[in-house]
Design a protein around this ligand. Structure first.
Ligand SMILES: NC(=O)c1ccc[n+]([C@@H]2O[C@H](COP(=O)([O-])OP(=O)(O)OC[C@H]3O[C@@H](n4cnc5c(N)ncnc54)[C@H](OP(=O)(O)O)[C@@H]3O)[C@@H](O)[C@H]2O)c1
Length: 292
């Protein structure tokens, strides 16, 4: 019998890619995809039944309230999903490897190039709930936290990734101001889930950063995306955080990923490099072509 991997948030961006790519990266595993339709992870009794039904050998916990705006609007709901559902699942998974997907937004962005030993200081509700959930996960020394970066991909519902957000906004005629002085290490979802699978089956505990190899400004990211989505070209314009008025935004959330890189069979790509090496107009730009 194959070992069982349970993927929560399977109808979301990253959970979706994990499930779709499993036969390619972990053919020896049996993958069970959990969606909110099947089980609301804040419902203790249903989560217990889910656990008893699958008895997984590995959990990759992707389910979350991941939109920063929704977390600001409803901090209690954000905490329920991001912290309490994580506590419940991690408790049930006490004897098996558990991987919690956290975020670069646990940092305040003042420093950039963050490594795993840097102090955290979240600025928004989303970052606070993720930071709290990390501590919950660390209560079990066999469990792992992987902080991931801004991820480009095509979600099952076509409305989850930052690229999908840009395209939808542009279609409505909105002008998008992209900051030249706000930095991230964006990752294509295909490479992200390949790394997560390779890491996951090694059953390693602890804290890891997992971002793209290249630190880019929001404006540089936007220009690269617009080169492949021409409908964006007239909608994006450069701007500066200095001219922005609103809730605090972490300026530089770039992360260094050497610790997890040392465990992987392939180099984590830079965003520019990925787009250069994936010229194909067919298929999913953010995933590996089938033959590669
Ligand atoms: N995408 C990024 O750029 C990024 C960056 C850093 C960290 N992360 C983290 O990576 C993880 C995956 O992100 P993602 O982009 O795939 O997020 P996503 O697209 O928003 O997916 C989250 C999933 O969680 C599910 N969910 C929410 N509440 C639930 C509940 N009460 N019970 C069961 N399922 C529930 C959602 O179900 P519905 O489909 O029904 O809404 C959705 O499928 C998250 O922890 C996120 O915080 C993502």
């Amino acid at each position: 019998m194959k070992p069982i991997a349970l993927i929560t948030g399977a109808s979301g961006l990253i959970g979706g890619y994990l499930v779709r790519s499993a036969s390619r990266w972990v053919p020896d595993w049996d993958v069970r995809a959990v969606t909110r339709n099947e089980v609301d992870l804040t419902d203790r009794a249903r989560v217990q039944r889910l656990w008893d039904r699958h008895r997984p050998d590995l959990v990759i916990h992707c389910a979350a309230l991941s939109r920063t705006g929704l977390c600001e609007q409803d901090p209690a709901q954000a905490r329920l999903i991001n912290v309490e559902a994580t506590r419940l699942l991690a408790g049930l998974a006490r004897d098996v490897p558990f991987i919690f997907l956290s975020t670069d937004q646990v940092f305040d962005g003042a420093k950039g190039q963050y490594v795993e030993t840097d102090a955290i200081h979240p600025l928004n509700v989303y970052g606070h709930t993720k930071a709290e959930a990390e501590q919950v996960v660390f209560e079990n020394p066999a469990h792992a936290v992987v902080r991931i970066a801004l991820t480009a991909g095509t979600s099952p519902t076509r409305d989850r990734s930052f690229v999908e957000d840009m395209v939808r906004s542009a279609a409505k005629g909105a002008k998008l101001t992209l900051f030249t002085d706000e930095f991230r290490c964006p990752m294509p979802a295909g490479a992200l889930v390949r790394a997560l699978w390779e890491f996951g089956v090694q059953r390693r505990p602890g804290l890891y950063h997992l971002g793209g190899h290249e630190r880019l400004s929001r404006w540089e990211i936007g220009e690269l995306v617009a080169a492949r989505f021409p409908e964006l070209r007239s909608s994006i314009r450069p701007g500066s955080v200095a001219d922005y008025h609103g809730p605090p935004r972490p300026p530089d959330l770039s992360m260094r990923s050497e610790k997890i890189q040392a465990l992987l069979s392939f180099p984590l790509p830079g965003f520019r490099q990925w787009l250069t090496e994936n010229p194909s107009e067919s298929g999913d730009l953010w995933d590996y072509p089938a033959a590669r």
